[in-house]
Ligand binder design. Structure first.
Ligand code: ADE
Length: 236
């Protein structure tokens, strides 16, 4: 039986998927002082481990972003024998590139960091990442979700230099974990897929944080449906 790992940042995003897949929380097989937490179960004949990045106990909020995603993915892939890893979450979209609230994208390879700038040969390319993910062309055709460029940074806002980078990359989904997940997956030789649902429009008229919170639940429901459909369709 195949085993799929799902990496999730915010608990509010994870809960609809946990419910839909019937997963149960278990004691983490790592030092419990480390924040990530694990839910597991079987769905559509596939074993599933969902890892949530956990809580920042000092500030009383969920952990988000690339450091926490790197830690969680490393723990998941060292403690479980995972065949596929999915970075599932919400993202900012772009009206100018066909984005809309609730739209779901399957990530195209490679996945880059849009906020890392090191203008020295070699370090420039390393900072950009360009980490591989699986070719989701067939899944896109079967399920009707568009392929899109996913790019990653550690900020919710989008200052001009990040926007220029995202324009160069042609970003459809601006988020905060996928490139880190793709990096760790590539080190372990595990195929990685990004599934992202749009909560806010980066080039739209509304403030990102308000739009994000307004659409978080709807987008998380769409995302849960999309991930369940993807899991049922991954080659066995
Ligand atoms: N997640 C949801 N919306 C986002 C945005 N605009 N930037 C980064 N991560 C996001």
């Amino acid at each position: 039986m195949h085993r799929i790992g799902i990496v999730k940042a915010m608990k509010a995003e994870a809960l609809p998927l946990i419910e839909r897949l019937g997963l149960r929380e278990g004691p983490p097989p790592w030092d419990e002082r480390l924040p990530p937490r694990l839910w597991s179960g079987t769905h559509a004949g596939v074993e599933i481990d969902l890892i949530w990045l956990g809580r920042d106990e000092r500030h009383g909020v969920d952990l988000i972003g690339t450091s926490a995603a790197t830690l969680a993915t490393t723990l998941l892939l060292t403690h479980r024998s995972i065949d596929w890893v999915i970075s599932a979450g919400t993202a900012g979209g772009f009206v100018s590139r066909g984005g809309a609230i609730g739209k779901v994208y399957l990530g195209r390879s490679p996945i880059c960091f849009h906020d890392r700038r090191v203008p020295i040969e070699g370090f420039r390319e390393s900072a950009l990442g360009e980490h591989p993910c699986m070719d989701a062309t067939e899944l896109s055709r079967e399920l009707g979700y568009e392929l899109g460029v996913v790019s990653t940074g550690d900020s919710l806002d989008a200052p001009p230099q990040d926007l220029e980078a995202m324009d160069r990359l042609g970003t459809h989904a601006k988020e905060m974990e996928a490139a880190a997940v793709a990096w760790i997956a590539s080190l372990h030789g595990v195929p990685m897929l990004a599934v992202k649902a749009i909560t806010d429009l980066v080039d739209g008229p509304h403030a990102t944080e308000a739009e994000f919170l307004e659409h978080l639940h709807t987008a998380s429901d769409r995302l849960a449906e999309a991930v369940a459909r993807v899991i049922a369709c991954l080659p066995s």
